[in-house]
Design a protein around this ligand. Structure first.
Ligand code: C2O
Ligand code: CU
Length: 497
C-alpha cells in the first residue's frame, strides 16, 4: 500500500474506535473557509468540440497536468481535461449516438465515468475500464434519457478522491424536446451558467493537499472555488439566470442559496422537476446537482452562498464542514436586463415510458451503511454483490446506520426517492436523482429500474460519493442480466486480477 493508504487506514481505525466508544465519529477538522474578494470573472468551461460522422457525434478528451491560479497570483499544480483544470462541457441530444476518445496523458492510470448516464456497463468508465498512461479508451453509446446536467470524472480503483481533487471533472449536458421548448434561460455561459463548487487545501507553496488527519468525512478545504477560481463573479445581462450547480467536492456538503432572496429549483440530478419549486437553499452532497433560476433587478448585486447546512442530526462538534457560512459566487446585474420568461415547461414526449411506478416493483434490496462498509462488506473487484434482471423495477432500502452522513450514488439509473424514514421527501429530493445525501441514522427508500443493457461479467457500481469513503471500500458491484441468466452474487474469476 502507498504511504497515504497506510495513513488513511490508521485514521479509519480511529473512527471505528471512537464510534465503538459510543461517540459516533471523529470531528472533521472544521476548517473555516477563507472569504476571498470577489474580483475574478467566473471562468465558463468551453463547450467541447465534436465531429459527426456516420451518425455518431465524437468528442475527444485528454487528461493532462498543468497549473491553475485557484487563488490569484498563486500557481497550483492541477490536473484537467484538455487544459490545466476541470474540463470542457460535453453536450448532446436525446437520441444521439455519441463516442468519446479519452486519452490519458498523465503518468498514472485513470478512468472517466459518465456520472448519471444510462449506458452499457462496458462504457461506464468505472474501475473496470482503466485507461493506462498513453492509452486511449473509446466508449460509445446512445443518449436515451431526459435532458439533465450530468458530469464526468475519474473513477480509478482506490484513487478517485485524489484524481477528482486534483481537478479532473467536467459537465455533460443533455438536451431533449422538452428542455429545448422550455421557458428557461438556455444561452450557455450567458444566462445558463455552469457552477462547479469545490473546496481545496493549499500549502504555503500553493500545492494541493489531501489531509490525512482522520477527519470525517474527508478533506474539508478552506479555499472554495467555483469553476476553478476563488472569489468569482458573473455579469448578468438578463432578468433571470439559470445556475447549473454541481457539488464537485470530495467531502464537503453545501447548502446553496442566495444571500437575500429565494430561487426556483427547476431540476435535480437527472432532469427537470414536474414544476419549479420556490426555495431559499438546496443542500448538495458530493456528486449531487441542482438547476436553479435566480431573478435579478437591474444594477443590483447578490451572492450565491453556502449557509449553515442542515446536515440532519450531525451534532455541531461533528460539523463535517457543513456548519460554516461563506459566499461562493457574486452575481452582478447590468443596468439594463433583457427580459427572461417565468420558468415553465411541458412534459417530455417520453414521460410515460420514463416514469417509475412503485406498484411495478418486484424486488426489494436493503443496504446498510456504516463507517466504511455496505452490508458489512468492502468493495472487492472480484466479487459481485447484487444481480438485477433487466427491465425490473426495484426498491432499494438504504439505511445509514451511523451518526455521520454519506452520499449514496447508483450508476446507470435515475431513481426516485420514495420516502425518508417513512415520510415523503422534501421537494429537492422529489425529482430524478442519481445521488442522495444520507442524513445520519435515516432510511431512504429509492425506486429504480435497470433498463436496456445487460452484461453477465461487467458490473455497475453503487457507492458513497464522499470520495474518501468510496476509495476506502464503501462500494458494491451490481450486474444487470437477461432473465434466465445464471449469473449469481459471489466471486467472479473473470473480474478478479
Ligand atoms: Cu460520480 Cu461512481 O461516481
Ligand atoms: Cu460515505
Amino acid at each position: 500500500p502507498t504511504r497515504r493508504a497506510v495513513l488513511r487506514a490508521t485514521a479509519l481505525a480511529a473512527v471505528v474506535a471512537v464510534a465503538g466508544a459510543g461517540c459516533g465519529a471523529v470531528p472533521g477538522s472544521v476548517t473555516s473557509v477563507d472569504e476571498p474578494e470577489f474580483i475574478r470573472e467566473l471562468p465558463i468551461p468551453p463547450l467541447a468540440e465534436s465531429t459527426v460522422a456516420g451518425g455518431v457525434r465524437t468528442f475527444r478528451l485528454t487528461a493532462q497536468e498543468g497549473t491553475t491560479e485557484l487563488l490569484p497570483g498563486v500557481e497550483t499544480p492541477t490536473w484537467g481535461f484538455d487544459g490545466p483544470n476541470l474540463g470542457p462541457t460535453l453536450r448532446a441530444e436525446r437520441g444521439e449516438k455519441v463516442a468519446v476518445e479519452v486519452t490519458n496523458d498523465l503518468d498514472v492510470t485513470t478512468s472517466v465515468h459518465w456520472h448519471g448516464m444510462h449506458l452499457p456497463a462496458a462504457m461506464d468508465g468505472g474501475p473496470h475500464q482503466p485507461v493506462a498512461p498513453g492509452d486511449t479508451w473509446r466508449p460509445a453509446w446512445t443518449i436515451d434519457q431526459p435532458a439533465a446536467t450530468l458530469w464526468y470524472h475519474p473513477h480509478p480503483h482506490g484513487e478517485t478522491e485524489e484524481h477528482v481533487y486534483r481537478g479532473l471533472a467536467g459537465l455533460f449536458l443533455l438536451d431533449d424536446d422538452a428542455s429545448r421548448a422550455a421557458d428557461l434561460p438556455q444561452e450557455y455561459g450567458v444566462d445558463d451558467v455552469p457552477v462547479v463548487v469545490q473546496d481545496k487545501v493549499l500549502d504555503d507553496d500553493g500545492r494541493l493537499v489531501l489531509k490525512d488527519d482522520g477527519g470525517e468525512p474527508g478533506t474539508l478545504g478552506g479555499t472554495v472555488v467555483t469553476n476553478g477560481v476563488a472569489g468569482a463573479y458573473q455579469e448578468v445581462t438578463t432578468e433571470r439566470v439559470r445556475l447549473r450547480l454541481l457539488n464537485g467536492s470530495t467531502a464537503r456538503t453545501y447548502s446553496l442559496g442566495l444571500a437575500d432572496r429565494e430561487m426556483d429549483l427547476v431540476a435535480t440530478d437527472g432532469g427537470l422537476l414536474d414544476a419549479p419549486v420556490r426555495l431559499d437553499h438546496v443542500r448538495l452532497a458530493p456528486g449531487e446537482r441542482a438547476e436553479v433560476v435566480v431573478a435579478l433587478e437591474p444594477g443590483e448585486t447578490t451572492r450565491l452562498r453556502s449557509s449553515e447546512a442542515d446536515l440532519g442530526g450531525v451534532a455541531a462538534p461533528f460539523a463535517m464542514g457543513g456548519n460554516d457560512a461563506f459566499d461562493v459566487l457574486e452575481l452582478r446585474a447590468a443596468d439594463e436586463l433583457a427580459p427572461s420568461p417565468e420558468p415553465s415547461w411541458g412534459p417530455s414526449t417520453h414521460a410515460a415510458e420514463d416514469a417509475l411506478h412503485e406498484d411495478d416493483a418486484t424486488v426489494t434490496r436493503t443496504f446498510d451503511l456504516d463507517e466504511r462498509t455496505i452490508n458489512g462488506e468492502r468493495m472487492d473487484a472480484g466479487r459481485i454483490d447484487e444481480v438485477a434482471t433487466v427491465g425490473s423495477t426495484e426498491v432499494w432500502e438504504v439505511r445509514n446506520t451511523i451518526p455521520m452522513p454519506h452520499s449514496f450514488h447508483v450508476h446507470d439509473v435515475q431513481f426516485r426517492v420514495l420516502t425518508v424514514d417513512g415520510q415523503a421527501p422534501p421537494p429537492e429530493l422529489a425529482g430524478p436523482k442519481d445521488t442522495v445525501y444520507l442524513e445520519p441514522r435515516r432510511t431512504y427508500r429509492l425506486l429504480m429500474r435497470f433498463d436496456d443493457y445487460t452484461d453477465d461479467v461487467l458490473p455497475y457500481m453503487y457507492h458513497c460519493h464522499m470520495l474518501l469513503h468510496e476509495d476506502e471500500g464503501m462500494m458494491g458491484q451490481l450486474l444487470v442480466v437477461e432473465p434466465g441468466s445464471d449469473a449469481r452474487p459471489g466471486r467472479s474469476e473473470r473480474l478478479s486480477g
